[in-house]
Design a protein. Structure first.
Length: 279
């Protein structure tokens, strides 16, 4: 009886693992097809039946991408904007989250709920007014236009606030008793203990800004100011698409995101698990 139960458990685990492997394959398959397409010529892209591994791997597609567009300039713009927005958003959101989590002031909770209410406003609604503001300020084709809108995030403030509230107040009380203020508590207690939450928000913010397409498309006209998502669209013409070159550019643009996720994965999982422990 015990053996039969053990066999059933093993069979169930094998079934679950097989299902997870199948789902993982479905998730990875588009990326594998992207890499495969980037190594084909124009004719092989539409060849039927489909081929995953072409007879000749055309690594020159990647060199052709670098020659056709200022790829490294696009790469620098994306890296600079995404990194700057991430750092500034972590600073701004962490200070706002600490105020909402620890400092008692009049109508704090109502103000926080109103701030969260801005999450329900679609970005498409505010995009045109923001564009008009930056246009009046003559900041079009400027890094400030790409950076400033991403500094403030109600989602980031909410995520960090939830994490800060899971930190015991006793740690801060000892600092306050010694004569330290809120700034000392924030910098010496909250920030060092919140690495998982910072890594989580930082990863989300970096990836969102790295992949941002619509806003950089609106506020950049010069080729040298475009980011990667906008820049690689040069391979999409009015009547034809250079799919092999487009996939080669997309593959190269994906590598920095993979590196960011790999370096922050340890803190990322912990931050997701602990963010909602205390409301």
């Amino acid at each position: 009886m015990i053996k039969s139960k053990k066999y059933r458990e093993m069979a169930w685990k094998l079934l679950v693992y097989a299902l997870l492997i199948f789902i993982a394959f479905l998730m990875v398959m588009p990326f594998l097809w992207m890499v495969s397409t980037s190594l084909k010529n124009r004719a092989e892209v539409f060849q039927y039946p489909l081929i995953w591994i072409p007879e000749k791997l055309r690594w020159e597609n990647y060199l052709q991408v670098l020659e056709a567009v200022p790829f490294f300039k696009f790469l620098f713009n994306s890296a600079f904007v995404a990194t700057t927005v991430t750092l500034l958003q972590l600073i701004v959101c962490s200070m706002g989250a600490y105020a909402f989590a620890r400092i008692n002031f009049k109508n704090r909770d109502k103000l926080f709920l109103g701030y969260l209410g801005t999450m329900m406003i679609p970005s498409q609604v505010t995009m045109i007014p923001m564009f008009l503001v930056f246009s009046k300020l003559r900041l079009i084709d400027n890094y400030l236009a790409l950076i400033i809108p991403g500094i403030f995030s109600s989602y980031g403030t909410f995520l960090l606030r939830q994490f800060f509230m899971s930190i015991p107040r006793d740690l801060e009380d000892s600092v306050l008793i010694d004569g330290g203020g809120y700034w000392r508590c924030f910098l010496q207690i909250i920030v060092p203990l919140s690495k998982p939450a910072f890594a989580t928000l930082g990863t989300f913010t970096f990836l969102a800004n790295w992949n941002n397409f619509m806003w950089p498309l609106l506020v950049t006209n010069k080729v040298t100011m475009k980011t990667l998502p906008v820049g690689i669209m040069f391979f999409v013409g009015q009547y034809a698409v250079e799919w092999h070159l487009l996939m080669a550019a997309a593959t190269m643009s994906l590598l920095p995101m993979l590196l960011v996720y790999l370096f922050t994965q340890k803190y990322f999982v912990t931050g997701i698990a602990m963010t909602g422990l205390k409301a």
